[in-house]
Design a protein around this ligand. Structure first.
Ligand code: NI
Length: 171
C-alpha cells in the first residue's frame, strides 16, 4: 500500500473517460488499497482512480471517518441505476481542487450497482452526504468534475485560479 501523488486540475488525466475493470486482479486490489490510503492521508471523503492517474472505473468513499469510525466503501465498475427527483445541496470539495469548496445540487437519493473487491455484484441505496459523495466520485470516472455542476461564471473563476496555481507550482 502506498499514498499516491494526487493529480491536480488542470491535469488532463482528470478529463479522461475511464475503462471498465474486466478482471479483478491483484493489481486492481493494490489500486483499491492505494486509493483508500491516499484518501485517508489527504483527509478526503472519497477518491476516484483517475485522481491517482489510473484511468479505470474504481472509487472509494468514506463519509463516516470524521466520527472516528472508518467505514470504507470500495466500488469497482459502479453505476447509478436510479436517482431521486428530489435534490439536495452540499458544499463540495475535491482533492484535485485544493482550497476550493462550492455548493452543488444533486439528486438526494441514488441506487447503485457495482462490484466489490471479490467481484461480487452489490446493489444499494444511499442518501444524504453519502449519495452526494458517490455521485461526485462516479462523475470522475467519466471525466466529469464538480465544477461542471456550477454556473459558467463560477466555473471560469475556479479554472483561472487553478491554472494560476499550477503556473506558480512549476516556477
Ligand atoms: Ni473529486
Amino acid at each position: 500500500m502506498a499514498v499516491r501523488e494526487l493529480k491536480i486540475y488542470p491535469d488532463p488525466v482528470l478529463r479522461e473517460h475511464c475503462r471498465q475493470v474486466e478482471n479483478i486482479s491483484e493489481q486492481i486490489h493494490s489500486v483499491l488499497d492505494d486509493l483508500a490510503e491516499s484518501m485517508y492521508a489527504h483527509k478526503g471523503i472519497g477518491l476516484a482512480a483517475p485522481q491517482i492517474g489510473e484511468t479505470i472505473r474504481i472509487v472509494v468513499v468514506d463519509v463516516e471517518q470524521k466520527d472516528g469510525t472508518p467505514k470504507l466503501i470500495e466500488l469497482i465498475n459502479p453505476e447509478i441505476t436510479e436517482s431521486s427527483e428530489a435534490c439536495c445541496d452540499y458544499e463540495e470539495g475535491c482533492l484535485s481542487f485544493p482550497g476550493e469548496a462550492h455548493m452543488v445540487t444533486r439528486p438526494a437519493r441514488v441506487t447503485l450497482k457495482a462490484q466489490d473487491r471479490q467481484g461480487d455484484v452489490i446493489e444499494f441505496q444511499a442518501e444524504g452526504l453519502l449519495a452526494t459523495a458517490l455521485q461526485h466520485e462516479l462523475d470522475h470516472l467519466d471525466g466529469e468534475l464538480f465544477i461542471d455542476h456550477l454556473s459558467r461564471l463560477k466555473r471560469s473563476m475556479i479554472v483561472r485560479r487553478m491554472k494560476k496555481r499550477a503556473r506558480e507550482a512549476t516556477r
